[in-house]
Design a protein around this ligand. Structure first.
Ligand SMILES: C[S@@+](CC[C@H](N)C(=O)[O-])C[C@H]1O[C@@H](n2cnc3c(N)ncnc32)[C@H](O)[C@@H]1O
Length: 272
């Protein structure tokens, strides 16, 4: 399998040879147990109801936007926004025949193209960690949600990845390489603070342990390791030894990989 760097890749998924990798990555992620759990918490915390208008920022292929569109029903509306025109086109293709109150459009989380107070609630899942300015993205979500509406986010704390199976010193180096390749590799632990700092109230945080099956783990780390080798930060021999050890660990059943994730939700102050 060819690996691509998810850090730069998810900052710009374009019509390219790597597009298929990111489609498969997102389709597989949507089946993972911790993703399902996080999405369930987000739905509950947002208190999605029929007739509401919901915004999904960085919606990817629109997996969860489709589910929420079923919850808001014909009297409601769900809008999915993503920076990648390729992902938006695929999300539109997949939902075209579903007869749901659902639209997708390209847009930038850092400058949303909506008037103030447009939506009842806003969600963002596994996106903020890729953005150059997390506070600006949160401020934009706060701006477009009505007073009394909610914002829910799900993000990781990549720097706290625990992995069993590879050389432990090398593993620490590689985890740091991945975390440091993100604008905020320790985002999970500061999410509640960022929401409070944005003036939101009733901040709730649900910590999750995000266990990664090996195939998804390879997708997360593959690009980082290849890039580190290309940049001379890791030798090819070190990379090969690391993957070899991990493959052996999978065979013997000792492989384990997980990191903390946080579902954090809060309310915009004021009367609706
Ligand atoms: C890991 S994917 C998550 C996608 C989706 N939320 C899901 O749960 O399947 C990250 C998404 O963020 C999008 N993205 C990255 N930067 C963005 C930006 N500045 N504005 C909007 N979307 C962005 C990417 O195109 C990608 O779809």
């Amino acid at each position: 399998m060819q690996h691509h760097d998810i850090t730069s890749g998810f900052q710009q998924v374009t019509q390219s040879a790597s597009e298929q990798f990111f489609l498969e990555f997102l389709d597989r992620a949507d089946t993972l147990a911790f993703v399902k759990e996080a999405q369930g918490h987000m739905r509950t915390l947002l208190d999605v109801r029929p007739g509401q208008r919901i915004l999904d920022v960085g919606c990817g292929l629109g997996h969860e936007a489709q589910r929420i569109a079923r919850l808001v029903g014909p009297g409601g509306a769900v809008v999915g926004v993503d920076k990648s025109a390729a992902l938006v086109a695929e999300a539109q293709r997949r939902s075209k025949l579903l007869d749901l109150p659902l639209t997708f459009e390209t847009g930038d989380a850092l400058a949303l193209d909506f008037a103030n107070n447009t939506f009842d609630h806003c969600r963002m899942e596994r996106v903020l960690m890729f953005l150059a300015d997390a506070s600006q993205a949160i401020a934009e979500m706060v701006r477009v949600v009505r007073p009394g509406g909610h914002i829910a986010l799900f993000e990781f704390d990549l720097d706290a990845f625990m992995i069993n199976g590879g050389d432990k010193v090398l593993t620490r180096r590689i985890v740091h390489l991945l975390a440091d390749s993100m604008p905020i590799g320790q985002l999970g632990r500061c999410l509640p603070y960022l929401l409070r700092e944005a003036g939101l109230v009733e901040v709730t945080s649900v910590p999750l342990l995000c266990e990664h099956p090996f195939v998804h783990f390879q997708g997360v780390f593959g690009g980082t390791v290849s890039q580190a080798v290309a940049a001379g930060e890791l030798s090819q021999a070190e990379a090969d030894a690391w993957w070899n050890d991990l493959n052996n660990a999978v065979t013997t059943g000792s492989f384990y990989a997980a990191m903390p994730g946080f579902v954090v939700a809060a309310q915009k102050q004021g009367r609706s």
